[in-house]
Design a protein. Structure first.
Length: 203
């Protein structure tokens, strides 16, 4: 079975590599604008949409001129991550001003990180969601300004990366650490195992 990661995320790629998976990357072209206010449903639908778009595109590319199409052998993994706080879904910041505003809002408080995971094959369509609570220390204006100036927040949900320098400001993590990075590894492993995809050392 060929595993395809439907994401351009360097962090998700590094996590799969760390675990020993063999995979290829095919960035999804799906529409990421969904009219959904429930965070669990939001990330689950986005993860599924990403995986489905790549699966159907690769399936179509395999169709022969005679019309015979081979869906078997492809496993597509899609994922999406958002931060949820005070009833609002927070994705990636639109600009530096937005990043500052997000970090100021989350400063000294606890928020939730939702990561949806979708695994699609010819026979199965699995969609799940993992939730982790993260508590920040109180951030000064200077700390926020310096972190935003580093450029690191701009491609991350909630305007921070827990695995980078911002880890200095994370007081507590309740749940799976990897969910915050962008791929809950225990859940992803179980889902991929159920469709016959294992890391090299487990085969």
């Amino acid at each position: 079975m060929k595993l395809i990661l439907a994401s351009a995320s360097q962090r998700r790629r590094e996590l799969l590599e760390m675990c020993g998976y063999d995979f290829e990357i095919e960035v999804s072209r799906s529409d990421e604008h969904i009219d959904e206010s429930d965070p669990k449903s939001f990330v689950s639908k986005l993860a599924e949409a990403k995986a489905a778009e790549v699966f159907e595109r690769l399936y179509s590319a395999r169709c022969t001129q005679g019309g015979a199409c081979a869906k078997s052998g492809i496993v597509v993994l899609g994922s999406d991550t958002i931060v949820y706080h005070n009833g609002s879904i927070i994705g990636k910041p639109s600009d530096e001003k937005d990043a500052r505003s997000i970090l100021a809002e989350l400063s000294g408080k606890t928020h939730e990180v939702y990561t949806g995971v979708a695994v699609i094959t010819a026979e199965k369509r699995l969609v799940e969601c993992d939730i982790t609570r993260v508590t920040f220390a109180q951030l000064s204006e200077e700390e926020i300004e310096n972190y935003v100036a580093s450029g690191e927040p701009m491609d991350k949900a909630g305007a921070y990366g827990i695995q980078g320098p911002f880890g200095m400001f994370v007081r507590k993590v309740e749940g799976n650490y990897f969910t915050v990075i962008g791929l809950p590894l225990p859940r992803a492993y179980r889902m991929l195992k159920s469709v016959g995809v294992l890391p090299r050392s487990f085969r």
